[in-house]
Design a protein around this ligand. Structure first.
Ligand SMILES: Nc1ncnc2c1ncn2[C@@H]1O[C@H](COP(=O)(O)OP(=O)(O)O)[C@@H](O)[C@H]1O
Ligand SMILES: O=C(CO)[C@@H](O)[C@H](O)COP(=O)(O)O
Length: 462
């Protein structure tokens, strides 16, 4: 049996799946935790990858591997290939001021036209501006800039030298200095942000190109974690909603969006197409926080939420626990509105937390539609998609049918598919094996999203 491995190095953990290259059958899998925080020594990801591989029983029999990573994280290397400082992650908002400056300097519409996205604190380009302004000594040592999946792939290769760094089009499209329509980096935008463009940027591999690891595995191009999930889940034209650390709405599309409001990012997918995407900073961890406040586990949180009426009798939870990216409110805090003597109960709070988190995501549906994305049904994935309450409440908030595929590691699976394609030279025919998704439908809750929109405008800054 020829095996392939797919890796998901995302915010909270690293997951490895090992599948039969021909049939897609899951042979073994493993995971390891990542450290908390929004700046992380990349070495911790490397340790977690080794640990997750060991937990998956090692790589014996594996012939090809692909690695996906959390998008946008700024990994800076010096001329000797050493990490200059801890990586700043996609959910680190310290570069919000730099983002505002970059948008003022070039104009939102020009950014959207040039790279498909208007910079917010998450994008790598804003982190580089922050570094140049706040840590000039570190900035001066930077000889190469790459992303988490680029760096891990490079480490798998045996870290041969900066010229051997590679990336793929999906992850490069989230930097803010790559034009996915031409396939080239924008040196002028890098200069604008960082003051210079004499740094090595990873070579952008085609979707099915590969390199070779230090121990002889074929290494696929990899992908950003969202583009990888899109490879793993058989979504057709559905909008995929991922409720992981980030909340994501995305869909395959033939055209790169250019949304000057900055709501929809014009990222690339991992097949040569486009991936209009909206991302929030507050998703699964909102449920973690609500469960902690209530002193219950996630299963009980779900039971409580489902025991409360839709709309939680007006209790409205604005979930800006990490600030927010969409809408661009990096310094906002969360809020609880609409408290009455009748709705201050654990069940109402549990329901309001889930409804608020989902309302934050639902606000992205219309902007996606405005970019030409059809709103048929939603495919729900990500860590919190296993929650019965999230599954059952989601259709009433989105106003669309919600299809939940069997719980699986879709990011890692997408990378296993990419590795299989590299190995077999053609798309693997694994979809035959996938069970049908479960369908959830329920009528929209009247006034819920309007009430949330009003509440979300009323929040304190941190
Ligand atoms: N039963 C559950 N109910 C709600 N949330 C859950 C459940 N199981 C896991 N999660 C949440 O899923 C999140 C991790 O999701 P995941 O997609 O793996 O994150 P990431 O890819 O960003 O590291 C955690 O915050 C965790 O609490
Ligand atoms: O920044 C984005 C997308 O633009 C995030 O979606 C990150 O890619 C992190 O993803 P998860 O860890 O939540 O999967």
């Amino acid at each position: 049996m020829t095996l392939v491995a797919g890796v998901d190095s995302s915010t909270q953990s690293c997951k490895v799946v090992i599948r039969d290259a021909e049939t897609g059958a899951l042979v073994r899998q493993g995971r390891a935790a990542h450290p908390a925080g929004t700046e992380v020594d990349p070495e911790a990801w490397w340790r977690a990858l080794r640990e997750a591989i060991a937990a998956a029983g090692g790589l014996a029999g594996v012939s090809a591997m692909s690695i996906a990573g959390q998008q946008h994280g700024m990994v800076c290397l010096d001329a000797g290939g050493r990490v200059v400082r801890d990586a700043l992650l996609w959910n680190d908002v310290r570069s919000a001021g730099a983002a505002g400056d970059l948008v003022r300097e070039l104009g939102a519409a020009a950014w959207a036209e040039r790279v498909g996205s208007v910079p917010v604190a998450s994008l790598t380009v804003t982190k580089l501006r922050w570094l140049a302004e706040h840590e000039p000594a570190n900035a001066a040592r930077v000889a190469a800039v790459c992303l988490p999946h680029d760096w891990l792939t490079w480490r798998m290769r045996g870290a041969y030298g900066l010229a051997e760094l590679t990336t793929d089009r999906s992850d490069a499209s989230g930097t803010g200095y790559f034009d996915s329509t031409s396939g080239g980096y924008c040196g002028d935008l890098l200069r604008l942000a960082f003051g210079r463009d004499d740094v090595v940027l990873p070579r952008v591999l085609g979707p099915y190109e590969h390199t070779t690891s230090a121990d002889g595995l074929a290494l696929g191009a990899g992908a950003g974690d969202n583009a990888a999930a899109m490879l793993g889940v058989d979504a057709g034209s559905d909008v995929v909603v991922s409720v992981g650390t980030s909340g994501v709405l995305m869909a395959r599309h033939h055209r790169r969006p250019a949304d000057p409001t900055g709501t929809v990012a014009g990222f690339a997918d991992a097949t040569g197409g486009h991936l209009p995407l909206v991302c929030t900073l507050n998703a699964a961890r909102v449920l973690d926080a609500a469960a902690a406040v209530l002193g219950v586990d996630l299963r009980r949180l779900s039971d409580l939420a489902l025991s409360a009426p839709p709309g939680a009798q007006g209790l409205t939870f604005v979930p800006y626990l990490e600030g927010e990216r969409t809408p661009n409110r990096p310094h906002a805090t969360g809020a609880l509105h609409g408290l009455t003597a009748g709705n201050t109960t654990p069940a109402m709070l549990a329901r309001a937390a889930i409804e608020g988190m989902l309302c934050g995501l639902a606000a992205a549906l219309e902007p996606l539609a405005a970019q030409g994305v059809p709103l048929g049904s939603v495919r729900l994935i990500g860590g919190a998609a296993v929650s019965p309450a999230v599954r059952q409440i989601a259709p009433s908030v989105f106003g669309l049918p919600v299809l939940v595929p069997a719980a699986a590691e879709y990011v890692a699976d997408g990378m296993a598919r990419q590795a299989a394609r590299v190995l077999l030279g053609e798309p693997p025919a694994w979809h035959d094996a996938a069970p049908a998704p479960r369908v959830y439908e329920s009528p929209p809750v009247a006034g819920l999203r309007e009430r949330y929109a009003e509440a979300a405008d009323h929040h304190l800054s941190r």
